[in-house]
Design a protein around this ligand. Structure first.
Ligand code: M6R
Length: 610
């Protein structure tokens, strides 16, 4: 959470900082601020409460601030309210800085600094960190790197810092632990950012700064140091994402653009793993022998990635007959999980930076369990720390509500399930080939669903005043309900529940009132009639029904008031199709309510705090 950027070179820094912050606004949008330095002059700091456009207006889109060196921040408030005073950058006598992360021992450090005469103006942990660096710079250290090193040893928590030292006008210093940061290299210029989209327009050559490492950026040089202050070498990497992928490309919202990118995300992810009629996991590092050796699978994730895990549980257990447990990362990390030494832990994460998922990965590794990360962002912390990585090929996802990354993660999960099934002797060659060929039809089928989006738009226009929405289904349809319900909640702010259809009458059905919208998901052939019965029970208690099912099941119209049909596919892959109308429904209700679809209140795309 929070986005940070920096620029040093020969061009005006402020417009580049604002442009980068716009790409990172999905990481937090409570306030924003920049600090820019013109040569040897003083550091100019401008901050504004609220969205980035307020800061942009205040600085005449950056034109009002001269200087070729600067840092910028967009905030998701942790310590202290989202006011201008609490906005970054924070300033001390010798250092100006921005921070993404959480300083856990900030109170203890603040007390120490207060005893040493420091005065604090904000409620933030960041101001404490900046003043701690100032303290070490003045007291013991002779260089910025020394000062930062001293502070890093004292600070507990997570951070990505970007710092301007008054005595070093043509330099930016950075340091990180457990919060993301990349350094971009251009011609006579350098960039820093929390995430790739912020700099993609300018460069694709990047360095990943590791945990407990420090960087010194000038226009023409880059130097990295370890915690001892020794210089270290780093390898330059090329980002393959296309710059246009991080733009809205004519769509009103990133979310709608990303919904439309799903056929491509699904196709590209599939083709990165399946070649012809075979799935090849050798690049991931998984052999068929490995797949045979696992005694159980434990999938750990948060939010929508956890919902993908729930789908995968049904698919993997059925196709490969291997026990699969699915854990919320925030629960897994604190409950001393019991896992067999031959287990495989799979961490699913779009950003690769989710704090709880990262902690769960580390815990699994400590337990000596093999770990596989299914991640979208190349070079992210989870990708780097896992034993094996399977990259989804969804491109940058900007909207806070995930769509294309979810779809790409599903494909990765299906491929694993199918290969597990073959390797473990649960699938015949014939069935294996049939399933892979079926996967290949999914992008086209998603395109067909998208062509019919106006019906959903019409239905959504009737639901903008809904107070509650219930999503029900059984088996994979229950897992799909979880994602549909989250889409409704997070972007349209409508209270919503996802329920296993058969479980509703054990309590929750008492919430139904006259006209409450209940959406039944009925894509699983064997469970169709069971869920219809549950819908009838809801209807007889006054619920208004929508049904989402497969072409041909037109009898659903005897039960529901509004029916949505999706193309047929293998039952195991239904989530890939059924989720599309549910994403569209959430999107259109949000637009109909006049809400900020891409940046819903209280949320941030990348949850780097626990
Ligand atoms: O980056 P991650 O996939 O680890 O993020 C996990 C969740 O925070 C994320 O899926 C969240 O639930 C989405 N905003 C849902 O749309």
């Amino acid at each position: 959470m929070c986005g940070i950027v920096g620029y040093i070179g020969r061009r005006p820094a402020a417009p580049i900082l604002l442009d980068g912050l716009e790409k990172l606004e999905y990481r937090g949008y409570d306030s924003a601020g920049i600090a820019v330095r013109d040569g040897n002059g003083p550091v100019a700091v401008v901050k504004a409460q609220g969205r980035l456009r307020v800061l942009s207006d205040k600085t005449d889109h950056g034109k009002a601030i001269a200087g070729n060196c600067g840092i910028g921040h967009t905030r998701w408030a942790t310590h202290g309210e989202p006011t201008e005073t609490n906005a970054h950058p924070h300033v001390s006598e010798t250092v100006t800085g921005i921070h993404n992360g959480i300083i856990e021992n900030y109170q203890e450090l603040k007390d120490k600094l207060t005893k040493n005469g420091y005065v604090f103006y904000s409620d933030t942990d960041t101001e404490v960190a900046i003043k701690l660096i100032d303290y070490y710079y003045k007291k013991y250290a002779h260089t910025p790197v020394d000062a930062i090193n001293h502070a890093m040893v004292r600070i507990r928590g997570s951070y990505a810092f970007a710092l301007l030292f008054n005595d070093y006008p043509e330099e930016i210093y950075v340091a990180r632990k457990d919060s993301p940061m990349i350094i971009g290299e251009g011609e006579g210029e350098h960039y820093l950012a929390s995430d790739v989209p912020a700099i993609l327009k300018y460069t694709r050559s990047v360095y990943y700064i590791g945990n407990l490492e420090i960087g010194r950026l000038t226009a023409d040089s880059l130097t990295f140091y370890n915690l001892d202050g020794d210089e270290i070498q780093k390898e330059k990497k090329e980002i393959e994402w296309d710059a246009a992928a991080a733009e809205r490309g004519g769509f009103e919202h990133y979310m709608m653009k990303e919904i439309h990118e799903q056929p491509t995300a699904v196709r590209d992810t599939l083709h990165s793993l399946a070649h012809g009629d075979h799935i090849d996991l050798s690049e991931v590092g998984l052999t068929d022998e490995d797949l045979r050796s696992f005694s159980q699978i434990c999938i750990v994730a948060c939010g929508s990635a956890w919902h993908v895990g729930m789908v995968c549980k049904y698919v993997m257990e059925d196709l490969a007959r291997i026990p699969v447990q699915v854990d919320l990362a925030s629960e897994f990390r604190y409950r001393r999980p019991i896992l067999d030494q031959n287990a495989l832990v799979i961490i699913i994460s779009q950003s690769g930076e989710t704090a709880d998922s990262l902690a769960a990965l580390r815990l699994s590794k400590q337990m000596g369990i093999r770990t596989l990360a299914i991640v979208n962002v190349v070079g992210s912390s989870i990708a780097r720390e896992a034993d094996m990585v399977l990259y989804t090929v969804a491109g940058p996802e900007i909207a806070v509500a995930t769509t294309k990354a979810y779809s790409a993660q599903l494909i990765a999960g299906y491929c694993l399930a199918i290969q597990l099934g073959l390797a473990r002797g649960e699938l015949t060659e014939e069935r294996y080939t049939e399933l892979i060929r079926e996967l290949d039809t999914l992008p086209g089928k998603i395109e067909r669903i998208l062509e019919d989006k106006e019906r959903l738009q019409w239905f959504a226009s009737k639901q903008v005043a809904a107070k509650d929405i219930f999503y029900i289904g059984r088996g994979i349809d229950y897992a799909i309900s979880l994602e549909g319900s989250l889409k409704a909640k997070e972007i349209s702010y409508i209270h919503s529940e996802a329920y296993a259809a058969g479980e509703l009458k054990h309590g929750t059905i008492s919430l139904l009132e006259e006209g409450t919208l209940v959406i039944g998901i009925l894509t699983q052939q064997e469970l169709f009639e069971k869920t219809v019965s549950n819908l009838v029970e809801c209807k007889s208690r006054g619920a208004y029904l929508m049904g989402l099912t497969v072409n041909g099941h037109y009898e659903i119209e005897d039960t529901v008031s509004f029916a949505v049909y999706i193309p047929k596919t293998d039952d195991h892959f239904m989530a890939s199709l059924a989720v599309i109308p549910l994403q569209l429904l959430g999107y259109y209700i949000s637009v109909g309510r006049g809400l900020d679809v891409d940046k819903p209140r209280n949320l941030a795309k990348s949850v780097t705090v626990e």
